[in-house]
Design a protein around this ligand. Sequence first.
Ligand code: WTA
Length: 692
Amino acid sequence: MEKKEVAKTSEAEIAVHWKEEDLYYPSTKFIAQANLTDESVYDRFSLENFPECFKEYADLLDWYKYWDTTLDTSDAPCWKWFVGGKINACYNCVDRHLEKNKNKTAIHWVPELENERIQHLTYQELYVRVNEFAALLQDFAGLKAGDRVTLHLPMVAELPITMLACARLGIIHSEVFGGFSGNSCADRIVDSGSNVLITIDGYYRGGKLLDHKANADIAVEKAEKDGQTVDKVLIWQRYPGKNSSPTPMVDGRDYFVNDLLKDYRGKRIDPVPMPADAPLFLMYTSGTTGKPKGCQHSTGGYLAYVTGTSKYIQDIHPEDVYWCMADIGWITGHSYIVYGPLALCASSVIFEGVPTYPDPGRAWRIAEELDVNIFHTAPTAIRALRKVGPDEPAKYNYHFKHMTTVGEPIEPEVWKWYYNVVGKGEAVIVDTWWQTENGGFLCSTVPGMKAMKPGSAGPGVPGIHPIIYDDDGNVVPAGARKAGNICIQNPWPGQFQTIWGDRDRFVSTYFARYCKNEKSKDWRDWPYLAGDAAMLADDGYYRILGRIDDVINVSGHRLGTKELESASLDVIEVAEAAVVPVADEIRGMVPDLYVSLKPGYDPSPELAAKISQSLCDSIGKIARPRKVWIVPDMPKTRSGKIMRRILAAISNNKDVGDTMTLANPDIVDDIKKISQDMIEELKESKKALMKE
Ligand code: WTA
């Protein structure tokens, strides 16, 4: 296997100058109630006790049949966990709680409109609704174990209901983030080979009722063109019994779920005992090449891992009210809104809308009303909440015992605001580093046991053994004050099994870089490359610096630069495109798009707007560039490669460095001039505004 050149990360330079932060300690009150305070856990989960240590997590679940092999490495590096075991994820998240807790709230659903009351679904109600919908999926949609079905649902209770109904039957769900466009949804329908799409007529976002059904039409049409027929579109209703979308229904293809459900009232479907290594779901994520990767997650291993980490890292007890503000359309929502918390019989909050709408106090009113005590969000949301309402949390009577940050590195200043103002100095914080591919947390402090360090994720969680390699494969030791490529030495049960339909890409992306022997069936030879740069401090805490590949982390979500570039090439006038990350106060990183035009076309603000809109249409609003720069040509190497480093320097007002190796060094000044003109333009329009 050829070793790929790994991009150097500019963050590495920053890291060297990074100062060590002071430690913060959990309160005795927190420690007294914590699920895990026993230091011996690190011995129990040491590499000597691997892989059997993970039985401890699997034992948190109910199995139809125990496994014979804890870790099967015969198809390295496609690891299989708990082989021979039989389990059902829906049973573990719903049925098994009924005997003692059927009357307990499973889901608090918070509509965005404040004049609509919060809905509280008990475990019994969840059981009924999941069963009825499972019956519909089986009898009406004709779906069975192993089939894939695409979901394009926003933050409504029907999303976990749909996921759990699939899990009950062993159907592999593939949920596409609701904010993604119909086109993005189509690509995922095609890749997964789904012939059923489950969606909703509309939902609220920022005070507007969005027409979501329109996206389904776009998705189905594009999927058909790309060779995948969707014969049924099942549509939930934002207001049951009423159609909230102006988009017409397609006869014989589109069905309102609520109409169909009348035939399934009272139906019960036995959970299907699934092999532990049967896929539970696909979750698509961006990678270095254009096509999103369908991360395939297993049933037994995944559920064991998210349940274990929800218990010990999220410190969830059944009596907690737990609010993870992520979207279920991302991995965080799958693992830490739905599967982990429900497996532990917690009450999980699902919020439809924007946390700063209609005003900066909204999130804290929800926390107060539901008496939430565990809160989980991302730095991008924390920065936004701090910006619009730095003093809001103090006005509301809520008390968190525990808070999580996830999705991107958090600046120590932002961390301290989160700790002092949102957490009121009472809550512990875990900074959990992991990825779509991983199923659950990789690095984090165990909250009742370890001190917190602002900006650092912490050590590997029990059973995860990270290691940092430099580009030559040497280990970068603790305290070296040097960044390198963070890898995980060992497999773990939450790890994805493969990329759906593309095993070669799975091996080359994640394992080829540091594989010691490509024929080996021994897991020790296959370190997992996460694709992030990281540093290890003397005390064993990891600080994650960001991606080393062509992925931009916008508001904690990965966007492939190639995906954005190829989407902008769909605009007829565009000849070449390059996307670079720009630092942003709220969203962490945002894309800047550079394009050059085909001969015969002239730059104009209208064209720039059209290109920007086209990115939103093909990928979703999350991809909207900060700025579209229409440039006469791209800076290129003599072999014709676009020098993104130079464009990134211009966008971030940094020194462009040496340009003499370029084939066209003069272009750099031309582009800088355009940037200067743009700044002047911005200043002018600001002045004009001030006058008004
Ligand atoms: C970044 C989200 C620093 C990282 C769960 C990773 C983080 C990518 C953290 C995965 C964190 C996630 N500190 N960086 N606590 N958590 N990241 O797949 O670059 O959407 O590779 O999974 O987000 O993003 P993904």
